[in-house]
Structures are given as C-alpha cells and as structure tokens.
Design a protein around this ligand. Sequence first.
Ligand code: ZN
Length: 180
Amino acid sequence: MSRTPQPSRLNLTALAQGEQVLAGRTPLADLARLAAEVPPEAAAPADIRWDIRVEWRPRSGASDELWLHLEAGAEVPLSCQRCLAPAVHSLEVDRWFRFVESEAVAEAEDDESEEDLLVLEPQFDLLALLEDELLMSLPLVPMHAQCPSEPVFRAGEDEAPAPARPNPFAALAQLKKKAD
Ligand SMILES: [Zn+2]
C-alpha cells in the first residue's frame, strides 16, 4: 500500500523528482473560510477536485526553478443576492506558480513576474493555496442565472428576510432622494 501524501504537508521537491503529478479531492468543509460562504440551508456540496503538477525548469547561469501548476474545480452553493436561495456556482482554478527562496525575493520579483510567486517551504500547504485561489474566484455578486422562484415568504415568517447585502439600486435610489 502506498502512502498518500497529505495535501497540507507536501514535499514538493521530492514530488518534482518523482511522479510530478498528484490529484485528490478535499471536502469543502476542510476549507473553513470558503465553507463560511456556503449558506447553512444549502445541500451538502460535493468535494473539491484538484490536481497539481510540479516540475524543475532549468535556467541558464542559475539554479533550476521549481514551478507548480494547480487546477481545481468546485461546485459551491452561495446565497443568491436576488432571491436569497442557495445558487450553485462553479469555481475554477488554472494557474502557474513559481517558487523562490524567500519573501524578500518574492517581493523584489513580484512586479515583473506574470506568474504568481510562492516561497518554497519544506512542507507546502496545498490546501491553503487551494482555498486562497478558490476565494479569489468567488463571484462578486452570486446570483442564479434564473431564480427558481420570485422571493416568497416562508411559512411562519410574516416579513421578508433582509437581503444579505444592500441592494445597489436601492442605495442609488436613496442617494437620488437626498439630492432632490
Ligand atoms: Zn436566485
């Protein structure tokens, strides 16, 4: 039986010298900041699927560089900002990263690098990177393409639930009222 590497504690240099690729699934609940975006009434989301590829790239006159490609996909229920019911959004990540030896180098080279820079750690936390990237791919205003129903009052509630975020049109209307 082969040992499955822990995605939160990966030895990337060893991986780059071996199979170079690794794929897995992670329960959304394991990524606490992302899980906090999921409305409690939503059906349990499917696991996040991810795969990575790591490779050494030679440089002339300098030591080889370690690169990582991350691809991931997740179906995440988010609160629709129109009807407030959970709306499932597909999040996708497809990105290259280059490892540097220190934060100082990362800061110095960040401006002229198209790829993202990461500091190489002996135990790389892939789940932290995965969560950061998924959080950045969240839609600004989650919404159904077509809401399943007009907002309705649920039984036992005599008032409509307050919207999770202020409606920008309502805010605009307020401004206009003040200007009059
Ligand atoms: Zn909706």
